[in-house]
Design a protein around this ligand. Structure first.
Ligand code: NAP
Length: 526
């Protein structure tokens, strides 16, 4: 391990996170919640839940940030995003260190998060170039409603004059914040961004850098380090809540009386029991098989399995089971687990003691219906919140818990199946609605049947075949050009997907009248 890094861990000064609200950095109040280095369990900082005037914060966004953003064109807002992307990239090394210290991210994990943030901001900056100079976007072609064009309808989409409350999970402090911010700011809605507490130090530092850049108009970006639960009570008709986290918290936000009474737009990105299925045509020497193993290994170990898109259920044809297990076990056993700040580590700890307890308890619950192939819930012989990479195998197709319980750590379960698409469809859809499913095959007929059967239950279906080898990022990567989100237990939300990502922050309105007046761009030359 790098000795300088060790000194930094042991002698790290205590950092008390602050919120940025109403134009200034504000200390929290109330009992401190400790922030840990999950590799060593050392306390390195804290967050205090109170101290923020929620009514004033949302009012500042609505009355100062919103008008300032709406006064800019889409292209000008895109230029802001471009600048923010650069700021994150320029401070990459410092931010990687923080992600290691407070999030337990290896260098690779931290880059994934940070480059995801800067890349998504840059993507939306680029997208802004193709948007019109008008304050609105037009949705589709206009429609003649009467016998003549004197009665015409045009659909326009304008930024909602409210505040976008972004609540993020602990696992992607930078990317989660960046992807929501990019869509909101480009659409023209001011943001209050709340980080998951356990790994909040990275989001806090990124926020400091974004604010210090001076690129964001006053009131267009505020950051909350402490508790956000009571802010949801302040939501009004033009506001948006974009939440990422557990299904349990998502349900609480969705059922908040202020959100219900005011028809607040609520987008929920919740947890998901994602699956990967190997087609019956794949043999051990095929590139498609190799991708299956490589991507599974990455999903189980990257961020210690704390990715909402990570594969939790692995469907393998019974006649390929031995080859499959041998290869994946080999890869998992050779993964170097260690202190996230050690450059040699390929898998770090989970983010907090609460996560550690949750993951161990979850593996024990799954063991009631599954055999342990490798790993398990037992403590590792070292300090820190480490979990062994764990592979389980369902005893039979009646096992039910594995379709319902998300173990948010380095753990996945194998489901042997008969290779038929219809069996795979039945098993995969028992997940009740998921973010992503991946299928590995070069048999178009089999794929067509499978994809048709599972697509309605998923936000994304990723197909790995011989030709994608070396050309495609794995199914765990959330790319801004495709939608992210899923139906049912995954929350029913949708984010990203190019310009689709702006729609939660825009109000679509049908404007009707004489085409010469309400027609495209209100008669203003395009
Ligand atoms: P969580 O406990 O639900 O917390 C998520 C966020 O909600 C945190 O910022 C949390 O703040 C905040 N929160 C807690 N109680 C709240 C309340 N009553 N009202 C409003 N906000 C509240 O989830 P997590 O443990 O951070 O994240 C892990 C989960 O997120 C996993 O289940 C994972 O699958 C899911 N996830 C989903 C996606 C996706 O895109 N679908 C992406 C990443 C993660 P505090 O941290 O201060 O409690």
């Amino acid at each position: 391990m790098n000795p300088t890094a060790l000194v930094a861990i042991v002698f790290a000064p205590m950092t008390s996170l602050q919120s940025y609200v109403c134009g200034q950095w504000t200390a929290g109040s109330g009992d401190p919640v400790a922030l840990h280095d999950p590799s060593t369990e050392a306390i390195i900082g804290d967050v205090r839940p109170g101290g923020v005037d929620f009514a004033a914060t949302v009012a500042h966004a609505r009355t100062v940030g919103g008008p300032a953003l709406r006064a800019l064109t889409f292209q000008q807002r895109g230029q802001i995003l471009k600048g923010l992307s650069k700021v994150i990239h320029e401070h990459r090394d410092e931010l990687i260190e923080i992600a290691g210290r407070n999030g337990g991210n290896t260098r690779g994990d931290a880059k994934f998060d940070l480059d995801g943030a800067s890349g998504t901001l840059a993507y939306y900056a680029h997208l802004s170039k193709e948007l019109p100079e008008t304050p609105w976007l037009t949705d589709g072609a206009g429609t003649q409603l009467g016998r003549t064009a004197r009665f015409w309808s045009e659909h326009v989409m304008l930024p909602r004059p409210g505040v976008a409350l972004h609540i993020n999970a602990f696992n992607f402090p930078a990317w989660g914040m960046g992807e929501k911010l990019a869509c909101s700011i480009l659409a023209g809605m001011p943001v209050v961004s709340k980080a998951g507490t356990a790994s909040g130090m990275l989001a806090w530092r990124v926020s400091q850098l974004l604010v210090a850049s001076g690129l964001l108009p006053e009131g267009s970006f505020q950051f909350l380090a402490g508790s956000v639960a009571k802010m949801v009570d302040h939501m009004q008709a033009m506001d948006v809540v974009a939440f990422t986290g557990s299904a349990r918290t998502g349900a609480r936000i969705r059922s908040n009386p202020a959100c219900i009474e005011n028809s607040v737009r609520v987008n929920i990105e919740a947890d998901s029991i994602n699956s990967a299925v190997l087609g019956p045509d794949c043999d051990i020497d095929d590139d498609t098989f190799t991708q299956f193993i490589t991507n599974l290994h990455q999903d189980i170990t990257q961020k210690a399995g704390q990715k909402c898109t990570a594969v939790r259920r692995i469907l393998v044809p019974k006649d390929k089971l031995d080859d499959f297990k041998e290869q994946l076990i080999d890869r998992l056993e050779s993964t170097r687990i260690g202190n996230a700040l050690d450059g040699d580590s390929r898998m770090g700890p989970v983010a907090s003691k609460a996560q550690l307890d949750d993951v161990r308890g979850g593996i024990e619950t799954l063991q009631a219906e599954c055999d342990t192939v490798i790993g398990g819930p037992e403590a590792m012989d070292r300090p820190g919140y480490f979990v062994k990479p764990t592979l389980l195998q369902a005893r039979d197709n009646d096992a039910a818990i594995l379709h319902k319980l998300e173990v948010f750590g380095p753990c996945a379960t194998i489901l042997p199946y008969d290779g038929k698409a219809e069996t795979a469809i039945d098993l995969i859809n028992r997940g009740g609605g998921c973010l992503v499913a991946s299928a590995y095959s070069d048999d178009k007929k089999w794929l067509r049947e499978l994809v048709t059967g599972i697509a309605p239950w998923h936000g994304r279906v990723w197909v790995g075949s011989e030709k994608t080898m070396g050309h495609a990022l794995g199914p765990g990567a959330v790319l801004p050009g495709s939608i992210h989100g899923g139906p049912g237990r995954a929350g029913g939300g949708e984010e990203l997907g190019g310009l689709r990502g702006l729609t939660p922050y825009l109000q679509r309105t049908a404007v009707q009248g004489d085409r010469a007046i309400v027609g495209r761009n209100f008669g203003v030359e395009e």
